[in-house]
Design a protein. Structure first.
Length: 280
């Protein structure tokens, strides 16, 4: 059920079930290929993908609660890891770099080897923001560069981070296939019908795949369990954020009170009640 008591029509891609349903199955491989090609915007064209087991990435059950990933290789042997991360981890950048070492190291060959590597791409779809200074930049393409010249030093390792909360384009402003993909990923579970702007054949496949009414009973119950985990995570994060904000207001009020600032000003600035301030 949706939060307003209306049954959702399409799955939430931020759930483990939803992400794997859209991007992690052989049957829906064309969805993943379309998304990746839209991300590269013609610079890299993926014609075929082969799924690899994520066990090679050394992930744990703890990670699964926060991160859902799909690991594959294209027809050129390049490795692509797509992950949906729904909550910020303290060292999430470190985690991305650590994950990149697995598809790099597994390219090692026994015997004579000249160390030539295939490209590795780490694509992070983030349900949070980490760059709080530039509120308009939702995409970050990261490579090794020479800091003196600003030129790319090694172009075979690329990290792409998508801060989804910053993507706020409406349907009528979508200009590219990439923007259409971001729009549908962010809004899918809230849509009541297929948007007119998404008329490409691949989106027909996506909406058919995402329609909850088409699920078998087993799929439906698996999705409901996954949705519950997602909502529990959201509530946990929201509670922690609210607690942090309240503690900050209390800290500020205590400082202002010590400086002898009038009660009515402290109340106006912090939003705390007179009773809460008197107890400090």
């Amino acid at each position: 059920m949706g939060s307003e008591g209306i049954r959702d029509i399409y799955i939430n891609p931020y759930t483990d079930f939803g992400f794997k349903k859209l991007f992690g199955t052989e049957m829906n491989k064309e969805l993943l290929i379309s998304f990746i090609n839209s991300l590269f915007e013609g610079k890299e064209t993926v014609k075929e993908l082969t799924y690899l087991t994520t066990e090679q990435l050394g992930t744990t059950e703890t990670d699964r609660r926060a991160v859902f990933d799909v690991y594959c290789t294209n027809e050129k042997g390049e490795k692509i890891l797509v992950e949906m991360q729904k909550g910020e981890q303290e060292f999430f950048k470190d985690r991305s770099v650590y994950y990149a070492t697995f598809p790099i190291r597994e390219q090692a060959r026994k015997g004579a080897w000249d160390y030539e590597l295939k490209a590795v791409y780490i694509i992070g779809i983030l349900d949070f923001t980490f760059d709080h200074e530039d509120k308009g930049c939702y995409r970050h393409d990261v490579q090794l560069i020479d800091r003196r010249t600003g030129e790319v030093f090694f172009d075979k390792l690329t990290f792409v981070y998508l801060e989804m909360p910053k993507f706020n384009k409406t349907e009528d402003r979508l200009e590219s296939m990439f923007e259409k993909w971001l729009f549908v990923l962010k809004n899918l579970s809230r849509l009541l019908e297929r948007p007119k702007a998404l008329q490409e054949r691949v989106f027909t496949r996506l909406f058919d795949t995402a329609e909850i009414a088409r699920f078998s009973p087993e799929e439906y119950y698996a999705y409901e369990d996954s949705l519950k985990v997602y909502r529990d995570w959201q509530n946990t994060v929201a509670t922690a954020e609210n607690k942090g904000r309240k503690e900050e207001r209390i800290k500020n009020a205590r400082g202002m009170k010590a400086e002898g600032i009038p009660m009515e000003i402290i109340i106006k600035i912090t939003g705390l009640s007179a009773e809460e301030i008197n107890e400090l």
